[in-house]
Design a protein around this ligand. Structure first.
Ligand SMILES: Cc1cc2nc3c(=O)[nH]c(=O)nc-3n(C[C@H](O)[C@H](O)[C@H](O)COP(=O)(O)O)c2cc1C
Length: 214
């Protein structure tokens, strides 16, 4: 099997990049051939990246959650893969998305995006993994993630599924996610809102102004 792991974050030393290396290192010992790339190195030479995708049997996309989905250039990558004849030919597709917030439900949109993409393209979606708390980790080793005791084995199990080319279920990451009691959310939400309002005020942004889009 030949694998390609693509970091979808523009940050070369961020959490997605660390995960790309973590995945590659685990997969190297079991898999035949693993290539790792940063999408942002190829924005001006997308054909080079497309050639690597074409010769792979399995595609692993790892990226941050930007407003609840992967960064916009991911769409650029997906459209290029879709529009270039022969690049997609039945490969397996896996997605990993990690965001700042500790929960999983908003980041899941990224995984749905890949699932929808696979429904309309010659590629087989085999599962996604959602991890909260990636901003606090900020590129440090995975073992330092909040709730590492559950999260690290779950990420390792996801990598095992990729190596075995089998489906990975949502339950894997949902069971590993930190359970945040609702009273904590009730305390934190107004505190965070106050902080954001203060920053807006400091930058002269009037959040009560009428939206230009309405
Ligand atoms: C433009 C932008 C939008 C973001 N949107 C979200 C978001 O909607 N939800 C969230 O939890 N984190 C959000 N984040 C935080 C990132 O998902 C988080 O810091 C992530 O760990 C960055 O990964 P990286 O180090 O691989 O770039 C956003 C960050 C940026 C720069």
């Amino acid at each position: 099997m030949k694998y390609i792991i693509i970091n979808l974050s523009p940050r070369p030393k961020g959490t997605s990049s660390m995960l790309k290396d973590y995945f590659a290192q685990k997969m190297h010992s079991n898999a035949n051939d693993v290539e790792k790339c940063n999408l942002y190195d190829y924005l001006k030479s997308m054909n080079v990246l497309l050639d690597k995708v074409k010769t792979s049997d399995s595609i692993v996309l790892i990226g941050p959650s930007y407003v609840c989905s992967y960064p916009a250039d991911t769409i650029n990558l997906l459209s290029s893969m879709s529009e270039s004849a022969g690049v997609l030919h039945g490969q397996s597709l896996y997605g990993f998305i990690q965001g700042g917030m500790p929960y999983t439900h908003t980041h899941e949109h990224g995984i749905r995006l890949l699932e929808n993409f696979a429904e309309n393209n010659p590629v087989e979606f085999k599962g996604g993994f959602v991890m909260g708390g990636g901003a606090v980790l900020n590129g440090q080793p995975l073992e330092k993630i909040m709730g590492a005791k559950k999260m690290v084995p779950a990420v390792n199990a996801f990598i095992d599924h990729i190596i075995k080319d089998e489906h990975s279920s949502e339950a894997l990451y949902k069971n590993a996610a930190m359970k945040i009691p609702s009273f904590i959310t009730r305390i934190l939400a107004p505190v965070m809102t106050r902080q954001i309002k203060k920053r807006f005020a400091a930058e002269g942004i009037n959040y009560n102004a009428k939206s230009p889009y309405l």
